[in-house]
Design a protein around this ligand. Structure first.
Ligand code: ATP
Ligand code: MG
Length: 413
């Protein structure tokens, strides 16, 4: 909370500064919505009559970035702990050509700027000095009525930028609002056109939805709006099966999951690492994200009989960097299926009562040792190292001499 109010103070300073220079400057968009809802805002955007070059002159070239200058957006760099504030000149979008982005922009009045925004609750301004809301689009009323409603004609607005369909779902779910029926109809009618939107933008929305507390509602609403079948057609078959209610339940049970964990929970029932991998690549997720999601899906069953596993296997799993995700994943899955969570309790107790240097001890023998023994790296080399490691984790080998001796025997076997 303290950081947020410091961020806000920094944004207020920017507003003051612009105003002293004779410009109009207001908080705009999502941060106004969040302020009015008493929610923590992740960023404070400022909208102003000042032109981008004027903003840069005022705050200095070294303290600003012209990343979005063609959209009239200048980033003002704050102290490291506060991040950046985007200062955007009031603008209107020129015609949308391809259902994704406008041909260009034109500077305009605050009112026209409000009208280019997506939803009424996202279309308000706030004057942080007079503490006054400036609302040209009926956003305050919709906020009170807890309604997500497109500004203007929903069909036109969704047609301009198809991503708005998914944003409507996200805001409705995350805020626990309802979706205006006319906006919903427009989305259902146009859902198949989401395909023109880039994978990156879709993935970004998906991430925000899946890490949120209301992720289940977001997925259900995406399904209801016929968008889920566009983003993840692989789930279509699943939705006809009882697996689907398990999936929804599993998603719901996760507590503050990473995106990767939530994604793994969503895709788990596909049960095939290669199918999951393919989806992640299509969404252009990062290699790290893909690795984590696939690892979780691949190892989803590994802890089912945790207490029966060899020490080596158990330790390998519990020493793994993704172990806490795996534990939560399996716990949510088993709970969703009304299976007991004894295996998870067993693992947690094992982790609690076993020092890390026993779960993941320094190796008794390394690759360098094998090379020094005159062995050559290759498939067998790795196999020998793995065998020695397993024996060490199983407490069958406890000192280096025995381990080296065993390596020699394995190599010659
Ligand atoms: P959050 O930051 O929590 O995702 P937000 O409302 O701040 O929510 P941003 O993507 O940061 O969303 O955008 C800031 C504001 O810009 C929005 O509140 C909205 O007014 C406008 N906006 C963003 N994306 C679009 C879009 N695709 N179409 C129309 N207006 C948009
Ligand atoms: Mg924002």
């Amino acid at each position: 909370m303290a950081v947020v109010s410091a961020q806000r103070d920094f944004a207020v300073q920017i507003v003051n500064r612009l105003r002293e220079a004779g410009h109009t400057a207001l908080f705009a968009g999502g941060c106004v919505r969040d302020l009015l809802l008493g929610r923590e805002s992740n960023d404070f955007d400022v909208a102003t009559t000042a032109r981008p070059n004027e903003v840069r002159e005022l705050f200095g070239h070294r303290r600003t970035l012209a990343v979005g200058a063609s959209f009239g957006v200048i980033v003002v760099i704050g102290p490291p702990e506060l991040g950046h504030v985007e200062v955007a000149t009031f603008r209107t979008d020129l015609d949308y050509v391809d259902g994704r982005r406008p041909e260009g922009i034109a500077f305009c009045s605050p009112e026209e700027d409000a009208l280019r925004r997506d939803f009424t609750i996202n279309g308000m301004f706030f004057d942080p000095i007079d503490e006054r809301v400036i609302d040209y689009v009926g956003g305050e009323e919709d906020l009170k009525g807890r309604l997500v409603r497109a500004i203007g004609d929903p069909h036109d607005r969704m047609r301009e930028d198809k991503l708005r369909m998914l944003r409507a779902v996200r805001f409705t779910a995350i805020l626990d609002f309802s979706l205006d029926p006319i906006t919903a109809d427009a989305i259902r009618q146009m859902s198949s056109e989401l395909v023109v939107v880039s994978a990156e933008r879709i993935a970004q929305e998906l991430k925000k939805m899946l890490v949120d507390r209301n992720r289940r509602r977001a997925v259900e609403l995406s399904e209801d709006m016929l968008l889920l079948r566009i983003i993840l057609p692989e789930l279509n078959e699943l939705q006809k099966q009882s697996d689907w209610s398990t999936t929804l339940r599993r998603l719901e049970l996760l507590e503050r999951p990473s995106f990767e964990l939530a994604m793994a929970a969503l895709l788990q029932s596909l049960d095939s690492k290669s199918a999951v991998n393919k989806i992640c690549r299509r969404l252009k997720l990062s290699n790290d994200e893909i690795e984590r999601i696939c690892w979780l899906v691949e190892h989803q069953r590994d802890l089912d009989d945790a207490s029966q596993l060899s020490l080596a296997l158990l330790k390998r799993l519990l020493a793994h960097p993704f172990r806490s995700d795996l534990l939560q994943f399996v716990e949510a899955d088993r709970t969703a299926k009304e299976l007991g969570i004894e295996p998870i309790a067993f693992c947690r107790e094992f982790l609690r009562s076993t020092p890390m240097d026993q779960i993941d001890p320094l190796p008794l023998v390394t690759g360098d040792d094998l090379v020094a023994m005159g062995l050559r790296p290759g498939p067998k080399f790795k196999q020998v190292l793995d065998t020695i490691r397993d024996a060490q984790l199983n407490l069958e080998l406890t000192n280096r001499e025995d381990a080296l001796e065993r390596a020699r025997i394995e190599w010659n076997a």
